[in-house]
Design a protein around this ligand. Structure first.
Ligand SMILES: [Zn+2]
Length: 332
């Protein structure tokens, strides 16, 4: 049994309360490897932004859960080395799918977990979430739950269509489960293909897809039911077209990849939305940088020569999100 406090990590409680009051959101960045983690920690340390390091089931399968946990512990030490005296770093399980997975993360030093019972019938979602909350709170670990279903594909979480969160359920759900934050569905979506072309319009000038707007009426209704309660948005990558273009220019094939426009996320960050999940954008940045190096220098075979530029591009992306979209810079 390892407690996150001994690793120098923090939970989300105080962080979220401050973010709601201050009208900004905390970035939740997924990581699967060292370069990604270096980029996240450097971006957070240099902008003095609180940050949530997210580990998905796919990441645990890819990189090994134990190793990822030690990487996160190293992240705290690295942040201090970068001059961030009291790093505000959360280690969070993304889309926990069972009590056992959540428990094993809590027992091994995670400071926050998500239990995703959103695919279950309502009462079963409540029962499972409450079981995780009861366990987690003994160790002061915070719990994110989910109501409503997001469309898209993210690791092993996939759904054909989305179902908006029903605002009439949120009071009952949060009271009976005791969860600390709630992920809701208002039209964000997992992956780099968030919308089918037929859901979008096309910009006549650029020929690019313009996605449908988020359902801010649903968000407003949720906030009215639960004033000051921390709300989470999943699937909030913007799919920067410069990275999509770079990938396509250097031999990739990502037709019509489209994300959530940043101005909509900026608007959400000012509300009770206090955690915004961004994963696909860093995957795109990584891939774009690697493709460019390998296309321009076909003789290159030192992974540091293409993973290094990938790391730099991700760091730039994370800083941009922190400063220009979420507004969390200078808050830690
Ligand atoms: Zn998600």
């Amino acid at each position: 049994m390892v407690n996150y406090k001994d690793l120098g990590l923090v939970n989300t409680r105080e962080m979220f309360a401050k973010a709601i009051k201050g009208g900004y959101a905390i970035p939740a960045f997924n990581f699967n490897n060292m370069e990604q983690l270096q980029a996240i920690v450097k971006a957070a340390a240099e902008t003095k932004s609180p940050v949530i390091l997210q580990v998905s089931k796919g990441a645990r399968n890819y990189a090994n859960g134990t190793l990822l946990r030690y990487l996160a512990e190293g992240a705290v030490a690295y942040a201090k080395e970068l001059g961030w005296e009291k790093p505000q770093i959360v280690l969070h399980l993304d889309h926990g799918d069972s009590f056992e997975t959540c428990k094993s993360c809590i027992d091994s030093g995670f400071s926050s977990v998500m239990i995703d019972g959103s695919a279950l019938p309502y009462e079963e979602n409540i029962a499972l979430t409450k079981k995780v909350v009861d366990y987690a709170h003994q160790f002061d670990v915070t719990v994110e739950a989910e109501l409503g279903v997001l469309a898209g594909v993210e690791d092993e979480v996939a759904s054909e269509e989305s179902h908006y969160t029903k605002p009439e359920e949120v009071i009952d759900f949060s009271t009976r489960t005791g969860c600390d934050s709630l992920a809701i569905s208002i039209g964000t979506s997992h992956g780099a293909y968030k919308f089918k072309p037929e859901q979008c319009t096309r910009d006549p000038k650029t020929g690019r897809l313009v996605p449908p707007p988020l359902a801010f009426d649903v968000l407003d209704a949720v906030m009215e039911k639960l004033p000051g309660f921390p709300i989470v948005l999943h699937g909030s990558s913007s799919v920067p077209q410069e990275y999509v273009d770079m990938i396509n220019q250097y031999g990739g094939k990502l037709p019509d990849a489209v994300g959530i426009p940043e101005e909509q996320l900026r608007k959400a960050a000012k509300s009770a939305v206090c955690k915004i999940n961004i994963d696909s954008d860093s995957r795109l940045a990584f891939t774009a940088a690697v493709r460019k190096v390998l296309a321009e220098k076909p003789a290159e075979f030192d992974p540091r020569k293409y993973c290094g530029p990938a790391r730099d591009l991700m760091e730039e992306l994370y800083k941009h999100k922190i400063i220009n979209v979420l507004g969390s810079d200078g808050k830690a």
